[in-house]
Ligand binder design. Structure first.
Ligand SMILES: [Fe+2]
Ligand SMILES: [Fe+2]
Length: 263
């Protein structure tokens, strides 16, 4: 199976480049499964039900999020639309699994594509982030229960050390650990010794003439003044950042991971 994972889709520029380039990417790399982090799809902050539908319509199979998941409150209604159907679109949009269990939504999706079972897990780190349950021990519990051989984990975290250590922690137990959240791609994609594909951060899919997606003047002003400011999405130098992971259907082990940056 070949999996395409697209890094944090930021605002309209990010959605537009995905719309323009995804069909060609899927063809050229013979992609079977498309997963994307969409926590910044709505002008940089959260995701709304219509935008979730729009992204699913582009051919994304499963969407992950992170700390921005609740920025648009309407997404709570969307989660509630799942209504017991384990494969509805509302069920294929994830929020970090290690958030309090009482919150709306799910952090794991188990599905089947082209006859092959797979699972996607969304977890959030704890270093320089809001509080959540321990993602390491949470992963242990989830990985024990999941039947599918192919398991991709979106580890949404700030600190590189927490992400790298997590990759090694689940090496051989997951097909891939892909980092999201910092919006800056890292050049450390690799296959770990027991067969897990790993990258610390896939990078943002959005405007790079910015500070991690936001108009740079606004962010500089906030650093200069310390005053709160309304952040707006930037527009220039739009790039699509993603990784392509090829894995063995029988064992779930990754064979290759390739980092992409399209302009
Ligand atoms: Fe993000
Ligand atoms: Fe984030």
């Amino acid at each position: 199976m070949k999996i395409l994972f697209i890094g944090d889709i930021f605002g309209r520029p990010g959605r537009t480049i995905v719309k323009e380039r995804l069909p060609e990417l899927v063809r050229r790399h013979a992609i079977d499964l498309v997963i994307a982090n969409c926590e910044n799809a709505a002008a940089g902050f959260g995701i709304t039900p219509p935008l979730a539908e729009e992204l699913f319509d582009l051919g994304i199979d499963v969407m992950t999020t992170g700390n921005h998941v609740w920025d648009k409150r309407e997404i709570i209604d969307y989660f509630q639309m799942a209504d017991g159907n384990p494969h509805s679109p509302a069920r294929r949009l994830l929020r970090p699994a290690n958030f309090p269990a009482s919150l709306p939504g799910w952090g794991v999706y188990e599905g089947k594509k082209k006859g092959v079972e797979y699972a996607v897990i969304n977890l959030q780190g704890r270093v320089f982030m809001g509080s959540s349950d321990d993602p390491y021990r949470y992963a242990d519990g989830l990985l024990e229960k999941i039947k599918a051989k192919i398991v991709l984990i979106d580890f949404h975290a700030e600190a590189t050390s927490e992400k790298v250590a997590f990759g090694w922690y689940v090496d051989g137990r997951a097909t891939a650990v892909v980092g999201t959240h910092t919006h800056i791609p890292t050049a450390d994609e690799t296959i770990l010794s027991k067969g897990t594909a790993y990258i610390t951060d896939v990078g943002m899919t959005g405007p790079y003439d910015s500070v991690i997606g936001v108009k740079k003047e606004l962010v500089i002003e906030r650093f200069l003044s310390g005053m709160p400011a309304r952040f707006e999405a930037a527009a220039g130098d739009v790039r699509l950042c993603a990784v392509v992971i090829e894995c063995d259907d029988q064992t779930g082990r990754a064979r290759t991971i390739e980092r992409l940056m399209l302009r």
